[in-house]
Design a protein around this ligand. Structure first.
Ligand code: AMP
Length: 214
């Protein structure tokens, strides 16, 4: 089953995707992760994307869609999770064309809903391991010794530039203006399921599984 996980920034898309990969062997396609990898490696794509990302704005569609096309071509036939793409209706339309071209099908669009106040707390307290991408939170999921990544032992657990206050405000606005309308779009395609994204990550995961099996 191929799924799309979408929702506001901080809704837990990355966390749920990681659980789906671990427990179901799905292929995770996260445009945010792909951009961060390109930035880390200082590729032309990364250099182009960095300015947009740090400010909390969307990277231009043409760049993003090409990147997703390459990722979809290299799933090796595994079921995939699209996380963070599409982020607006024009990307959703491009995805539809792309899937036809690659002979692939999207089975479900799962929307994770979390109240705005929770999102701000989740985003501003989030910390990420630069080596393995493991995600922490200063109060909800702190590092065991305060500085070392519990998963890989990495020493550089940092705050993303776009998790700082000014960028968070822009990202939430971009979400309201551009991404939230995707709910209507996927309702129209009859593949939308809404999921309550608050609570423990295992509780949310249980809801994700129910939605996938329904
Ligand atoms: P994320 O890790 O999904 O929160 O994405 C981090 C940032 O990467 C976003 O705030 C955007 O700047 C950029 N980004 C990720 N996915 C997309 C997309 N589908 N379209 C445009 N920009 C994106």
């Amino acid at each position: 089953m191929n799924i799309l996980l979408f929702g506001p920034p901080g809704a837990g898309k990355g966390t749920q995707s990681a659980l789906l990969v671990e427990k179901n062997g799905m292929k995770h396609i996260s445009t945010g992760d792909l951009f961060r990898e390109a930035i880390k490696n200082k590729t032309p794509l990364g250099i182009e994307a960095k300015g947009f990302i740090d400010q909390g704005k969307l990277v231009p569609d043409s760049v993003t869609i090409n990147m997703v096309k390459e990722a979809l071509k290299s799933t090796g036939g595994k079921p995939f999770i699209l996380d963070g793409f599409p982020r607006n209706v024009s990307q959703a339309q491009a995805l539809k064309t792309l899937l036809v071209e690659l002979n692939l099908k999207l089975d479900k669009a799962l929307f994770l809903e979390v109240p705005k106040d929770d999102l701000i707390g989740r985003l501003s307290g989030r910390r990420v391991c630069r080596d393995c991408g493991a995600v922490y939170h200063i109060s909800a999921k702190p590092l065991k010794d305060g500085k070392t990544c519990d998963s890989c032992g990495g020493q550089d657990v940092y705050q993303r530039n776009d998790d700082k206050a000014e960028s968070i405000a822009t990202r939430l606005q971009v979400y309201e203006d551009s991404t939230r309308p995707l709910k209507e779009y996927y309702k129209g395609q009859e593949i939308l399921t809404e999921i309550v994204g608050t609570g423990d990550e295992s509780d949310v995961y249980a809801r994700v599984k129910i939605a996938m099996n329904s």
